[in-house]
Design a protein around this ligand. Structure first.
Ligand SMILES: [Zn+2]
Length: 109
């Protein structure tokens, strides 16, 4: 478990590119918890941009998707391997939104 965690951390760091700091913790439920922070974005409030998701491969994907959107939006000049998956990330975001919308019976306008 521990070896696989650091292997995942290295893989995620490579995919997320040079602006990212990836940390993987093991949560209380023994699930991986993924945190990706941006070393370039330190707002005036003093908190770095970061995304935080838990839960195995889904958590990894969800965190990497958020990071990919952040890169594309805030750092358009940057290159990172994860940007190659931007279309898939957008597709997943779309599907999640559709799933959420389908859950609501009363609609949200
Ligand atoms: Zn940033």
């Amino acid at each position: 478990m521990v070896a696989s965690r650091s292997a995942r951390e290295r893989k995620a760091t490579t995919e997320a590119g040079r602006l990212s700091t990836v940390r993987i913790d093991v949560g209380t439920d023994q699930q991986f918890v993924y945190r990706i922070s941006c070393s370039s974005c330190v707002p005036r409030a003093g908190r770095t941009w970061s995304t935080y998701r838990s839960g195995g491969d889904n958590g990894y994907l969800a965190a990497m998707d958020r990071w990919t959107f952040h890169l594309a939006e805030k750092h358009p000049g940057e290159t990172a391997p994860c940007l190659a998956f931007l279309p898939q990330a957008q597709q997943r975001l779309h599907e999640r939104r559709e799933a959420r919308a389908a859950d609501r019976s009363d609609g949200d306008g």
